[in-house]
Design a protein around this ligand. Structure first.
Ligand code: ADP
Length: 556
């Protein structure tokens, strides 16, 4: 250290306090200044005149190394250096200046310092000044760390807050969703409950033991039960369900059987006896309960009205078919009279022959027996024709039975023998050898005979009207790919007029002056009511062919 100790300036600046006085002029100022924990320097014109050991140490210099150097050495940039120079020139606070900033060490590293300086002569910028430097690096590092931690904390808090906010929002949304769901579910539940109560179908839910779980009003009204207790009584009443064999049973036994047998979805029908003579026809479907609880759901539909309607339709159809048969008979009356006339005339001539012989007393008993035998045969023939006609025009309930179509053809040809003969039609009956013996059909014999008669008369009339030479009708028995029995009636007449084909089975379609145009329409209705079909399948220019198909009889 080459400079004089700062005793002179220090003493001139030190307050004239008692302490100073006490310390005395020989106090070891230099020693104290050298050993403080802050850096102290004495400067002029921004150049170090004296630097204490601590100051040199702070900046990584050896003692005395900074003496005489410009303070610029310790500034990181020229800009920093100029900045501080400018600030010092202003000296706003009584020639006192302090600042904190990063300063450069000898080895180029930076340290954070608080620097406080004071001009020893006020406003004399180029006069001496004293500077104290505190190494704030640790503090700064700690502060930075603290700030960083604070920031981290803030960031974490922010993140957590935002997470919390998001969770909160999600929670709110979930609560809202659940509330809506609950409301919807309650509404849906209510909707279903209302639907269940007012469904125009009866519904009954029973468990596996047959105990009622649910029942709706419609079923109560079907069964005529005002209350649940009454319903239970009625269900157990053994005289309420009319069985097809004429017996009665309780509805609960019917339902319990279904539940016990655990049938899948099963449909059944029964007649409910509401009061003596008052039946309700009910169709029911039972299905296993699709829940963890075992049981069955039964749905009931009152089909009394539709059944009555169906019966009325059947009756109407039968009446129409009957009327049409009567009309057919009317058309055939003269042919039948002729047909009956023949055996009756024969009988008459046999009888008059017998009388003649009796009068002449020429009759032996053996001859009489032979003649009576012949007369009886003719009468049988007449009786057969009458039976056939009677059967044809009778109005029996249309029952489905097992019918031999071969016999039905014979009977019909017998009935139509006269017109067939009159027009000179040759009839061939062909049956597929693969179907020998030909299976019986499931049908109502009279109605199917009516259809067949219609087709034969149409064929005979068409050929007669067209003057077909060598008129022929082929009746072919067979079976189609669906296993239905088929009966084709083909003729070699003029065929159905082209324009008529699309509406052939419509009512009132006729080309005959006295025709009604109902025959094919009624025939089709009859065949379809048997589950069969009637179609015109002619090839162009090859006469007319009509095919009707009927289900075969299957043993029940
Ligand atoms: P209708 O015999 O009273 O006319 P249908 O319904 O039985 O009533 O027959 C309708 C029409 O179909 C007949 O008028 C005729 O023109 C035509 N038709 C029916 N069968 C034949 C056939 N085998 N050949 C030619 N035309 C036919």
């Amino acid at each position: 250290m080459q400079l004089a100790p700062p005793s002179a300036p220090a003493s001139s600046r030190l307050p004239k306090s008692a302490t100073v006085d006490l310390l005395g002029a020989d106090f070891p100022w230099r020693l104290v200044l050298e050993n403080t924990i802050v850096g102290i320097s004495y400067m002029q014109n921004r150049r170090f005149l004296w630097v204490n050991t601590r100051m040199a140490e702070i900046f990584g210099y050896s003692p005395d190394e900074l003496d005489g150097e410009l303070v610029r050495k310790l500034y990181v940039t020229q800009e920093d250096y100029d900045d501080v120079g400018r600030l010092m020139a202003g000296y706003p606070h009584d020639g006192f200046y302090t600042h904190e900033r990063a300063m450069a060490c000898k080895n180029g590293s930076l340290i954070w310092c608080r620097i406080s300086g004071r001009l020893l002569r006020r406003k004399d910028i180029s006069g001496p000044s004293v500077w104290v430097v505190q190494d704030l690096t640790d503090k700064k590092t700690a502060e930075d760390e603290l700030r960083r931690l604070n920031q981290q904390l803030e960031h974490t808090i922010e993140k957590r807050t935002s997470n919390l906010r998001r969770t909160n929002e999600t929670l709110h949304a979930e609560i809202e969703r659940r509330r809506t769901l609950q409301a919807t579910s309650a509404a849906t539940g209510e909707k279903f409950r209302t639907l269940f109560r007012h469904l125009p179908l009866g519904v009954l839910v029973i468990d596996a033991e047959g105990a009622i779980l649910e029942v709706n009003r419609t079923l109560q009204s079907y069964l005529g039960a005002q209350s649940r207790t009454r319903l239970e009584e009625l269900l157990d009443d053994g005289s309420r369900v009319a069985l097809p064999d004429g017996q009665t049973a309780s509805l609960s036994s019917l339902l319990r059987r279904h539940a016990a047998e655990r049938l899948g979805v099963e449909r059944f029908e029964f007649a409910w006896i509401r009061a003596p003579g008052r039946l309700r026809h009910i169709t029911a479907i039972g299905a296993p309960l699709a829940t963890t609880r075992r049981g069955v759901v039964f749905t009931f539909a009152d089909v009394t009205e539709s059944r009555r309607q169906r019966e009325r339709e059947h009756e109407q159809q039968a009446a129409l078919a009957h009327a049409s048969r009567l009309s057919l008979m009317g058309q055939m009356a003269s042919a039948l009279a002729h047909e009956l006339g023949q055996p009756l005339n024969a009988c008459q001539s046999y009888l008059s022959g017998i009388r003649h012989r009796l009068n002449a007393e020429q009759l032996d008993l053996q001859e009489l027996d032979q003649v009576l035998e012949k007369a009886s045969t003719h009468l049988d023939q007449a009786a057969e024709i009458i039976r056939n006609v009677r059967g044809f025009v009778s109005r029996r309930k249309p029952l489905f039975e097992s019918v031999s179509l071969v016999e039905l053809i014979d009977r019909t040809l017998l009935l139509l023998r006269q017109p067939i003969r009159a027009v000179g039609v040759q009839i061939d009956v062909v049956s597929d050898p693969a179907n020998d013996p030909f299976p019986d059909a499931r049908c109502n014999a009279i109605e199917i005979q009516q259809v067949f008669t219609n087709l034969l008369i149409n064929a005979v009339e068409a050929m007669d009207d067209a003057g077909t030479t060598d008129p022929r009708i082929t009746i072919r028995l067979g079976a189609d790919s669906r296993g239905m029995l088929t009966l084709d009636v083909s003729d070699n007449g003029p065929g159905v007029p082209e324009a008529l084909i699309p509406r052939l089975c419509d009512p009132y379609v006729t080309t005959k002056p006295a025709g009604l145009g109902m025959g094919l329409m009624i025939s089709r209705t009859i065949v379809e009511s048997h589950g069969g079909s009637l179609r015109h399948i002619s090839q162009r220019g090859a006469g007319a062919t009509f095919r009707f198909a009927l289900p075969a009889w299957r043993n029940p």
